[in-house]
Design a protein around this ligand. Structure first.
Ligand SMILES: Nc1ncnc2c1ncn2[C@@H]1O[C@H](COP(=O)(O)OP(=O)(O)O)[C@@H](O)[C@H]1O
Ligand SMILES: N[C@@H](CCC(=O)OP(=O)(O)O)C(=O)O
Length: 366
């Protein structure tokens, strides 16, 4: 049997009740299934929502709070209750969980991103089961992942998972919301996430969850572009996750077979980096970058905008518009002196150790 790396995301509605209590029976069902997946030899990471939903009633809120401070306070209480339940339930299977709380900044700063990867890999190598959630108590609205569906997609890419399983309270994607349209048809397989599908998934989800089906589909789109196939749906009993990875799950499978994984440098540039400048290139450079798989050389650059440092990420614009993003090997000041010059002229300059502006391994197409 081939050992797989699986990320399982469990939504609030699959862990808690509407009154704001952890549903221990539901949680135990998930724990059983996660343990069975490991027992079968697979590596497992869990992205668990439910902190706000598990915490709000203890603070005296009648429903899930809507203010930022209310959600953060509820998450602070609920996260520890959740992890306490996981530790207790996993102990029956001799599985040691590790709590990892991430913020958007942990992805956008490259050193933190690399560090998160190293730590998670170390935990997996030592047989620990990482339980990941957003660090809700310190995340501010503009700096969040949006929801845990997107967090789970980004985590799947980071760890090069074979599959992302999003467990929710409905058996997959329908062509319109089945809670409001009794004629809605279930979709068993989706090769890719289209704009039409995103429209079909509009509408709010449960009272305790956040994003509804649309946020799951947007996450699926991201996971697929990171090379990870996705399942969205539900199941019951300890075999449910094994059934899902064997193609017998009750839900929607998304993504074609044989998706290519993307290395972490490229993932970081494409999805997490902050762009600090723009480089304008001519037709020859556009062809080299887009169709010939080559690095960008100074001769093809005719203008730059913004102030950037070596190793910053910049956008590259060609005669036909935005081409992509890449890690630049010279600062904007150095670039001003270099642009338009042919490599032979530049290599005479001993100050410059390299004449590549953006290396092809640190470049991603738009
Ligand atoms: N096209 C659709 N297909 C399936 N579910 C949909 C669709 N549009 C909206 N939904 C809603 O999305 C809900 C799942 O999202 P949500 O409650 O946020 O789950 P979770 O808490 O698991 O993240 C479903 O219960 C359903 O009401
Ligand atoms: N970090 C939040 C996640 C909220 C969230 O995305 O919930 P869900 O839509 O149920 O996955 C929490 O733990 O409550």
């Amino acid at each position: 049997m081939e050992k797989k790396r699986i990320v399982v995301k469990i939504g609030s509605s699959s862990l808690t009740d509407a009154k704001g209590q952890i549903d221990q029976e539901k949680l135990l069902d998930h724990v059983h299934a996660l343990a069975a997946l490991r027992e079968a030899g697979h590596e497992v990471l869990l992205v668990s929502s439910g902190a706000v939903a598990a915490g709000f009633s203890r603070l005296g809120y009648p429903t899930r709070p809507i203010t930022l401070k209310g959600k953060q306070a509820a998450a602070a209480v609920g996260q520890s209750l959740l992890v306490q339940s996981y530790i207790e339930q996993f102990s029956q299977f001799h599985i040691i969980p590790a709590q990892i709380l991430l913020t958007r900044n942990d992805f956008s700063k490259q050193d933190r991103y690399k560090n998160a990867y190293a730590t998670i890999t170390e935990l997996l190598e030592r047989g620990i089961l990482p339980i990941i959630n957003e660090n809700d108590t310190v995340s501010v609205e503009e700096l969040t992942f949006g929801d845990n569906d997107m967090l789970s997609a980004l985590v799947s890419g980071l760890v090069h998972a074979d599959q992302l399983i999003i467990l929710t309270d409905i058996n997959g994607l329908y062509d319109s919301n089945p809670r409001t349209n009794p004629l809605a048809q279930k979709i068993d397989y989706l090769p890719e996430v289209t704009a039409d599908m995103l429209t079909a998934a509009e509408g709010t989800g449960s009272k305790v969850g956040t994003g509804g089906m649309k946020s799951k589909l947007m996450a699926a789109k991201t996971a697929i572009s990171l090379g990870v196939k996705v399942f969205i749906g539900l199941g019951q009993g300890n075999q449910k996750l094994l059934d899902i990875i064997h193609g017998n799950g009750n839900g929607t499978y998304i993504g074609k077979e044989g998706l290519a994984s993307i290395n972490n440098s490229r993932q970081w540039i494409a999805f997490h980096s902050e762009v600090t400048g723009t480089i304008y290139v001519d037709q020859g450079a556009e062809d080299a970058l887009l169709y010939k798989g080559k690095s960008l050389l100074p001769a093809g650059v005719f203008n730059i905008k913004g102030s950037f440092q070596k190793c910053d990420v910049v956008e590259v614009v060609g005669p036909n518009g935005l081409l992509g993003k890449g890690e630049v090997l010279f600062s904007s000041e150095e670039m001003k002196k270099m642009m338009g010059k042919r490599s032979e002229e530049l290599s005479k300059d001993e100050v410059l150790s390299s004449i590549v502006v953006i290396h092809r391994n640190k470049w991603v197409k738009a």
